[in-house]
Design a protein around this ligand. Structure first.
Ligand code: PHE
Length: 336
């Protein structure tokens, strides 16, 4: 018995030495250690040998098992998963590996939908940078240094004086400078505010800015475009109300509120019990902003709006906590 064990050990180790790939390794493992493997079979005979021999033979058997085990580990290291992976990646004739398919985030779906609605009305779609300069985020928008309006947008400042854009409005000026007039464009984008979160505020959210510059643009144009937009998104007439609103880059400025669709106007945590939701600040572009865009405000006028894209997603899908959107919880995301 002892001899047989030693023979198996020598044979096994020399065979493991010659292995060339992970498939051969697998075969050898089965050959020696499998249920009907050579070593396993021999060990099964252990019960038939004399009682006093058992401890000695058992000890040797275990040592052999261990040395075969460590030989396997050594070879396995050589053919670890990464090298198996390489072989598979390079072999284009192998069948593909099945992966679970993801889906578009509800924000993205809404963004695409809005882009379609606006392109149909002749608007360009342009995206701006997330990292913005103080000039485009504030100064060019008629918010000079020390203007109190800067405080209404809690800002993530960078050490070099730049910032994470707090709204999509900087693109108004960037686009006018680049494309001149007449101009119709929307600017979807991620915005950042350094503020505490609750059911309706997050430090990251999405807006879709709209800008139309031409001769003789009036508030009637904004309202017409907005109504068309809401009809297209909600596939029904949504109650809206307009209030005066102050934003330094528009004059006059408005807030367009929609009836809260989560509670149908009864009052809930999303609309802060008011039944209305601020969805669309808008107004006529301030002459200083048109000038910053390199155009003459005597010749051109325009409207701008800053649609709360994230808010719209919440209304459309009945999501009652904004934090779910960026929470990365697959159980939430898989519903869309
Ligand atoms: N940029 C403003 C904000 O984020 C919204 C706005 C855009 C207001 C365009 C008027 C016109 O608060």
């Amino acid at each position: 018995m002892l001899d047989d064990l030693k023979k198996i050990k020598l044979k096994a180790l020399s065979e493991f030495d010659k292995i060339k790939n992970s498939e051969e390794l697998e075969n050898l493992k089965v050959k020696y250690l499998g249920r009907n493997g050579e070593l396993t079979k021999l060990l099964k005979n252990l019960k038939d040998i004399a009682e006093e021999e058992k401890p000695k033979v058992g000890k040797v058997a275990n040592e052999i098992k261990e040395s075969i085990g460590s030989a396997i580990e050594k070879v396995a290291d050589k053919f670890d998963d990464s090298s198996v992976g390489d072989i598979q990646v390079n072999n284009l004739t192998l069948p593909g590996i099945k992966t679970e398919k993801g889906s578009l985030h509800p924000n993205t779906m809404m963004q695409y939908e809005l882009e379609q609605i606006f392109t149909a009305m002749g608007f360009k779609v342009i995206e701006g940078p997330d990292l913005e300069s103080e000039y485009f985020n504030f100064t060019a928008l008629n918010i000079p240094d020390n203007h109190p309006a800067r405080d209404t947008q809690d800002t993530f400042w960078l050490d070099d004086g730049n910032l994470l854009k707090t709204h999509t409005s900087p693109m108004q000026v960037r686009a006018m400078k680049k494309y001149g007039a007449p101009l119709r464009a929307v600017f979807p984008g991620r915005c950042f505010r350094f503020e505490a979160t609750d059911a309706s505020h997050d430090s990251t959210f999405y807006q879709l800015e709209g800008l139309m510059i031409d001769k003789d643009i009036s508030i009637a144009n904004v309202i017409a475009v907005m109504k068309e937009l809401l009809r297209a998104v909600f596939k029904r007439d949504v109650k809206v109300r307009q209030r005066p609103g102050y934003f330094p880059f528009v004059e006059p400025g408005f807030e367009l509120d929609i009836n809260c669709l989560i509670c149908e106007g009864e009052g809930c945590s999303v609309c802060k019990q008011s039944g209305w939701l601020e969805l669309l600040p808008c107004g006529l572009v301030h002459p200083n902003v048109i000038r910053a865009g390199g155009l003459d405000p005597k010749e051109y006028s325009g409207f701008a709006f800053g649609l709360g894209l994230t808010r719209l997603v919440m209304m459309k899908y009945g999501i009652d906590d904004i934090r779910l959107l960026q929470g990365g919880d697959l159980r939430f995301l898989k519903q869309f």
